[in-house]
Design a protein around this ligand. Structure first.
Ligand code: GLU
Length: 424
């Protein structure tokens, strides 16, 4: 995730500050929110199969636990860094607050390219990382989950390691587990399902008929592929998809079920034959209705934003737009569904998973999907109403909704005085 010189921690702090001001709150609220309460750095030496020891660096950041335990994924990526993990933990706080989950924000990461490791080495890294962060995690403290390049299988190794140390099985330690060991129905597709729920709400708001609409997606990992699936199911024509392997374009719409099967067989999207190839740059500039960045940070920038013709930009990735990119989209009248709203379906179903683990009683998929839909729709409404009330953009409105919720909790806990809230 190339940050193109933009530090996501500075970006999120800027957004927090603007939104605290936008709500007319005292600067002291920003002082509380601007830093994670705890950040742990760990070293993870791994013996590779060639005999060498490589020492990886990992982090876990916990932003704020006033609403409940902190929660958020763990990513394995070569460009992970401490500020990115800090920012991602703040974004998690915002997501949980916007959905009104009783959770705070957390995030973890290891600086590694998982393609450089074989399966045994990846398992050792996963087990070792969780051992190193064991003192600060737990079902009542901080609950990890998958993120970029981490899968249900990796979650299974991690929880197995934790259970060995702990002496008994703690299913609520982390979420995104395989269903057989306490995972939730619907968790794997939850982020993509939530993305498409917000797209549907946005389409209603701007009177866009989804059955006539076209879309393009950057990224075909867990979130991008599930988003493609649900868009296809809603009658949207997905005309272009790009990822690290390249890009594909078909003006009549890509056959998503066939592409999904092709990728599941171990192929990369660039090798899918029934399409022309397309660069990411060209895809961003296509005359489509919906553009979905579902990959990495800082993709919609002051360079790329002016080329975007889409009516809706749905941020399935975390932090895909820079502040300049966001402003250009807003000036051009694009309807932005900001990341902290758009991709919050993942943590929402993770919360359901944790609830089921705590009850030791498991829900049918239909119930999971129904409750997800209800929570995403009400969160969308809260953000949209805030945007109307404050005459702000959607991103600032999302921050204001999240901050307002956190402020009520801070007030209940006696952290702030009435004067700080006078205008809220
Ligand atoms: N990694 C996901 C996110 O960024 C999900 C977090 C979770 O399920 O706790 O929202």
């Amino acid at each position: 995730m190339s940050t193109h010189g933009k530090n996501p921690y500075e970006i999120v702090q800027e957004l927090l500050k603007e939104s605290v001001n936008g709500l007319g709150l005292d600067e002291s609220i920003y002082q509380i929110l601007k830093k994670p309460m705890r950040v742990l750095e760990v070293s993870i030496p791994i013996r590779k199969d060639n005999g060498d020891i490589v020492n990886y660096t990992g982090y876990r950041s916990q932003h704020l636990d006033i609403l409940g335990p902190t929660k958020g994924g763990i990513r394995f990526h070569p460009e992970v860094n401490i500020d990115e993990v800090r920012a991602l933990s703040i974004w998690m706080s915002m997501k949980s607050a916007i959905i009104q989950l009783p959770l705070g924000g957390g995030k973890g990461g290891v600086i590694v390219n998982p393609n450089d490791l074989n399966e045994r080495e990846l398992e050792e890294l996963s087990r070792s990382y969780i051992r190193k962060i064991t003192p600060i995690i737990g079902p009542k403290k901080d609950i990890p989950a998958p993120d970029m390049n981490t899968t249900p299988e990796i979650m299974a190794w991690m929880i197995d390691e934790y259970d060995k140390l702990n002496g008994y099985n703690v299913p609520g330690l982390l979420t995104g587990k395989p269903i057989i060991i306490g995972g939730s129905q619907g968790r794997l597709e939850a982020t993509g399902r939530g993305v498409v729920i917000t797209i549907r709400e946005a389409a209603n708001a701007i009177n866009l008929d989804l059955s006539q609409a076209t879309a393009a997606i950057q990224g075909f990992g867990n979130v991008g592929s599930a988003t493609a699936h649900f868009l296809h199911e809603s009658g949207v024509k997905v005309v272009a998809i790009t990822d690290e392997s390249g890009g594909i374009y078909n003006e009549n719409g890509i056959n998503i079920p066939e592409l999904t099967e092709f990728v599941a067989e171990g192929n990369v999207i660039a090798d899918y034959e029934k399409c022309e190839s397309i660069s990411n740059e060209k895809m961003f500039a296509l005359p489509i209705d919906i553009l979905i960045p579902a990959a990495i940070e800082n993709q919609i920038t002051k360079e790329t934003a002016p080329t975007i013709q889409a009516k809706i930009v749905a941020e399935a990735a975390n932090g895909p737009s820079t502040p300049e990119g966001n402003d250009i989209l807003e000036e051009n009248g694009v309807f932005i569904i900001p990341d902290i709203l758009c991709n919050a379906g993942g943590v929402t179903v993770s919360y359901f998973e944790w609830v089921q683990n705590t009850m030791n009683y498991y829900w049918k998929e239909e119930k999971v999907n129904r409750e997800l839909e209800e929570k995403m729709i009400s969160a969308f409404k809260r953000v949209y109403e805030m945007k109307e009330e404050k005459k702000s953009g959607m991103r600032q409105a999302a921050y204001m909704v999240g901050i307002k919720h956190l402020v009520l909790a801070l007030k209940a806990r006696g952290w702030i005085k009435n004067g700080d809230l006078s205008k809220m």
